[in-house]
Design a protein. Structure first.
Length: 109
């Protein structure tokens, strides 16, 4: 149930653009904005260097954990405690996580 109201000011040009886009989507402007807010991925830029350093530190720690997991998986496959299918599946998941972390860092710089 929608009971909270939110008001803001925009220029005439932005209002016209909002109306145009919401009409194209067959929605009123409120529906359009709600849909946009709930489904949009907006990159938030960090202006605070302390926060940025903390983010980098945390991502590096996650990278260390990924390396430790990779080492454990490699060791398990050598001891034949893990079958080839599960090994490849887990390694692929670690690679996906690592790629996502890399993309986070790329967005920040």
């Amino acid at each position: 149930m929608k009971k909270d109201e939110f008001k803001f000011r925009i220029s005439k040009e932005l209002k016209d653009l909002l109306n145009s886009k919401s009409q194209e989507a067959n929605m009123n402007s409120s529906e359009f904005l709600r849909q946009f807010i709930s489904s949009s991925n907006i990159n938030v830029k960090i202006n605070n260097k302390k926060d940025l350093k903390e983010l980098i530190w945390n991502i590096n720690k996650i990278g260390v954990n990924i390396n430790q997991l990779s080492h454990g998986l490699n060791y398990s496959i050598q001891l034949e405690k893990l079958d080839s299918y599960n090994y490849k599946n887990l390694i692929n998941k670690l690679i996906i996580i690592e790629n996502q972390l890399d993309s986070i860092l790329e967005k920040e710089f």
